[in-house]
Design a protein around this ligand. Structure first.
Ligand SMILES: Cc1cc2nc3c(=O)[nH]c(=O)nc-3n(C[C@H](O)[C@H](O)[C@H](O)COP(=O)(O)OP(=O)(O)OC[C@H]3O[C@@H](n4cnc5c(N)ncnc54)[C@H](O)[C@@H]3O)c2cc1C
Length: 802
């Protein structure tokens, strides 16, 4: 056995083999895979082998498209069969909400180049005749859907990897992974120790156990899953063409032809987690006992949808476990806090996603970063707060919701409340309707009187509309208060802090007492952060950014650290409130003796102030685009600060506001938002973030940013006023110009202040001029929209700066 390698991939399921192949594809041939048994000895061997592109996350959908297109390439390269059946598939909609979701998906596919199609019930019946279309409103047809042979495909990946120089060691169980001081790894196996520069955990069903060998907790959990294969059915084998896949979300089932019969699987509500205490090492090529009880209701539903099933005998039952992360997406990338340790696990749809996961991982390892925004499957999207106790109920919820409509405003209830601030009870008693961000409870809005404490999930304007309008007007008309807990906050200290920040951040690093806004770029020049930097002194800076990106940002920071600088994540230690609106200064003046007049405390100043009993860091900046201040104190003092501000604020009409109002207020000033307008999919020039760049210094990503600047971006992020009815832009709606799709939206919503529907999106740069008339497709309907450049509130900044 080889005892030294650049990469040791642990696990020979479809994901490990894909990762191994992609490493060779990108030029690393000194790579090996170790498998405790034969290849495909985990979930892989008993998969139903179905594949599809549909995914709520656009980049995940693109990677699924990549995976599916890869199979014929693999077959051609290796001469091995993946057993491909490109039969196409249709997802049914039996409620208007589900039909809305499918139409929104179809619209996204237009600019992704996916040839999906909305079908009516008769068209569905024509291509999938065994379907009872009663109650079906329509469906989304995807010609790329199909199925394959899981074992053949995994072996094809393995052969392709071997052809690229990789070695595979089967019957080689990994017992320990021990890191050396230089960051390389000793992988201790039954056949000896392998010295590897990098370790990839592709342990599938055993990924938790493999992770624990390196002291890592990877948030995933196995679930039991069952599908049935019927006896031969003449209605199937007498057909001239293979029956397409039918996904029936209403019945939580997927169905396809298997040989001369059918195969149907269920995501049943009475589902069961498997191996809660850990996956036994002796589990291998066996199945779980049949369990008809838990799928009884699903089968009854399936009999109505596909009456043919009632007289079909069951030939085989496949019941096995596979793993899920809390949100159902894979866990991929460098594990935060560890060097040279990579995750490629939590892949619940290995045959839809395995290729994309392998490609992403290989790009990250070989080229330093993936080619697109992969946050939806980044292992860093869960913070270090995550625990097995949280993961389990979330995974159960995810399994149960596998076929549910995913609403943009939906707040899923499992494992909540978990992380709360000292304000939880206070806000709760004030009618807070809660959302969750990165495990943290955050007020979305405050219900009043007999308004329900629950926001109706919807693609259209929800029942939060009135409350949001009320909170927006309270800010614009007087003063609003909102917790600043949900910002990621970092303290950067040390003699080298300024020099370090100058290299890490593309923008100007402010002088003591001042604040600046700056993008952070990857080496490729793409955006990996939009930060507010406050300079407290030459050796102490505060950074604020997105709360949900904490591990994502810390992983990057830690990878760039030098000896003369220290960085600490203080997101949960430093908290407080922002106050915003025309009376915000009056309120601040009432709680501090300091001079907070405009002359003494200017826009983008930062000051250490005595506020009541607290020593606070106060920043004059507000994401509402209004006159506003962010007041930060130690978390232990947050309630005292609240009572002080709340009592003092009554005479100025102080009202609390939540995230829904915040996201409406930002629209008035065309402020972009992290992971919407700004993400690793975009460059600074095309998003307008280049205006914050300090071009005469060296920073990470400079040469790529320079190139974009010299060439000029091909597309430009713009703002639009949309002639909408009851539904606003959410994200990724296509933008039509003269009858063709020429751009897409990044986000949007309703400006309650301006009474207008606003959208942000990209159009070709040469068309990005004031007054451009476009059409935006929202939920399948075309809406006129006009490009605008004048902000809807405080266009000259007089209020924000005054
Ligand atoms: C009933 C069922 C039906 C399914 N249907 C579909 C479907 O239609 N389409 C689809 O896309 N997906 C389907 N899946 C899911 C699919 O099977 C998984 O997404 C996929 O197999 C995950 O592959 P993996 O490589 O991550 O993990 P695994 O297949 O579990 O592979 C992990 C491998 O790592 C090895 N390993 C673990 N620990 C060690 C160690 N310490 N040392 C050495 N080797 C180790 C194991 O032996 C194993 O071979 C289904 C799953 C089930 C259970």
């Amino acid at each position: 056995m080889k005892t030294s390698t650049r990469v040791c991939v642990i696990g020979g399921g479809v994901v490990g083999c894909s990762a191994l192949y992609h490493l060779t594809k990108l030029g690393w041939s000194d790579v090996m895979l170790v498998e405790r048994s034969e290849l495909t000895s985990g979930s892989t061997w008993h998969a139903a082998g179905g594949f599809h592109t549909l995914n709520g996350d656009t980049n995940m959908a693109a990677l699924q498209g990549y995976t599916i297109r890869l199979y014929s390439e693999l077959e051609a390269m290796t001469g091995m069969s993946c057993g491909l059946h490109h039969v196409g598939g249709v997802t049914l909609a039996d409620t208007p909400e589900r039909f809305d979701m499918l139409k929104a998906e179809r619209a996204k596919h237009r600019f992704m180049g996916l040839e999906t199609e909305i079908l009516g019930p008769d068209e569905i019946k024509a291509i999938a005749p065994i379907t009872n279309v009663e109650g079906v409103l329509g469906g989304l047809y995807d010609p790329l859907d199909g199925h394959l042979d899981p074992s053949g495909t995994t072996h094809a990946y393995a052969k392709a990897a071997r052809m690229g120089g990789a070695t595979i060691e089967t019957h080689c169980m990994v017992r320990e992974t021990n890191q050396r001081a230089d960051g390389t790894w000793d992988v201790v196996t039954d056949k000896g120790t392998i010295h590897a520069e990098h370790v990839v955990n592709a342990g599938g069903l055993w990924a938790r156990e493999v992770g624990a060998m390196a002291g890592v907790y990877l948030p995933l959990h196995p679930m039991e899953h069952q599908y049935l294969v019927t006896d031969d059915l003449p209605e199937i084998y007498e057909r001239e063409v293979e029956h397409p896949h039918v996904m029936d979300p209403g019945g939580e089932s997927y169905l396809r032809q298997e040989g001369r019969g059918l195969c149907i699987g269920f995501y049943e509500q009475p589902c069961k987690p498997w191996a809660v205490g850990g996956t036994p090492w002796e589990f291998g090529h066996e199945l779980l006992p049949d369990d008809y009880d838990k799928i009884e209701d699903s089968i009854a539903f399936a009999y109505r949808r596909y009456p043919i099933l009632e007289r079909a005998g069951v030939k085989t039952v496949i019941h096995g476990p596979f793993t899920f992360a809390p949100d159902g997406n894979p866990l991929v990338g460098p594990v935060p806090g560890l060097r040279n340790y990579w995750s490629a696990c939590g892949v619940m749809a290995g045959f839809s996603q395995g290729g994309g996961v392998g490609l992403t991982l290989a790009q990250w390892m070989v080229e330093g970063e993936p080619e697109r925004d992969v946050f939806a499957m980044d292992v860093a999207r869960f913070g270090r707060w995550i625990t097995p106790g949280y993961t389990l109920p979330k995974v159960v919820e995810n399994y149960q919701n596998r076929f549910s409509v995913v609403y943009p405003n939906e707040e899923l209830p499992a494992a909540r409340p978990f992380r709360t601030t000292p304000m939880y009870d206070v806000f709760d008693s004030m009618g807070a309707v809660w959302g969750q961000q990165y495990g943290l409870e955050v007020p979305n809005y405050f219900a009043q009187g007999d308004e329900p404490r629950y926001e109706t999930p919807s693609f259209r304007r929800s029942n939060a509309f009135e409350a949001t309008a009320r909170e927006v007007m309270a800010v614009r008309g007087a003063v609003g208060i909102n917790e600043v807990q949900n910002f990621g906050k970092y303290s950067v200290t040390g003699s080298g802090a300024r020099a370090w920040l100058n290299r890490i951040m593309a923008g100007r690093i402010p002088k003591p007492g001042r604040i600046s806004l700056t993008p952070m770029l990857a080496h490729s020049g793409r955006l990996i952060g939009d930060f507010t930097v406050a300079c407290l002194s030459e050796s102490e800076f505060r950074l604020t950014a997105s709360y949900g990106a904490q591990d994502f940002h810390m992983r990057w920071f830690e990878g760039q650290l030098s000896d003369d600088v220290k960085i600490a994540n203080i997101s949960d230690r430093s908290t407080g409130f922002q106050i915003a609106g025309p009376r915000a200064r009056d309120l601040l003046a009432k709680v501090t003796r300091a001079d907070v007049s405009n002359a003494a405390f200017r826009f983008l100043d930062v000051k250490q102030l005595s506020v009541g009993m607290m020593q606070a860091t106060v920043q004059r900046v507000s994401y509402t685009g209004d006159l506003g201040y962010e007041i930060y104190v130690d978390a232990m003092e947050q309630r005292a600060l609240w009572h002080l501000l709340w009592d003092a604020g009554q005479e100025f009409g102080l009202k609390p506001f939540g995230m829904r109002a915040m996201m409406s207020l930002r629209l008035d000033k065309f402020f972009g938002s992290w992971m919407r307008e700004f993400s690793p999919d975009y460059m600074p020039g095309e998003t307008g973030m280049d205006r914050f760049i300090q071009w005469d210094k060296n920073f990470i990503g400079k040469s790529a940013a320079d190139t974009e600047r010299a060439e000029g971006p091909a597309r430009q992020l713009c703002s639009f006023i949309v002639d909408a009815d009851d539904a606003d832009v959410i994200a990724y709606e296509p933008i039509w110009l003269e009858g063709t799709v020429q751009g897409f939206c990044t986000s949007g919503g309703y400006s309650h202040f301006a009474g207008k529907s606003v959208a942000f999106g990209f159009v070709p740069s040469e068309r990005a001029v004031e007054g451009l008339e476009v059409e935006i497709e929202i939920l399948g309907n075309m809406h006129k929209a006009r490009l605008v450049t004048d902000m809807l509130f405080d266009a000259d900044g007089a209020r924000m700066r005054g």
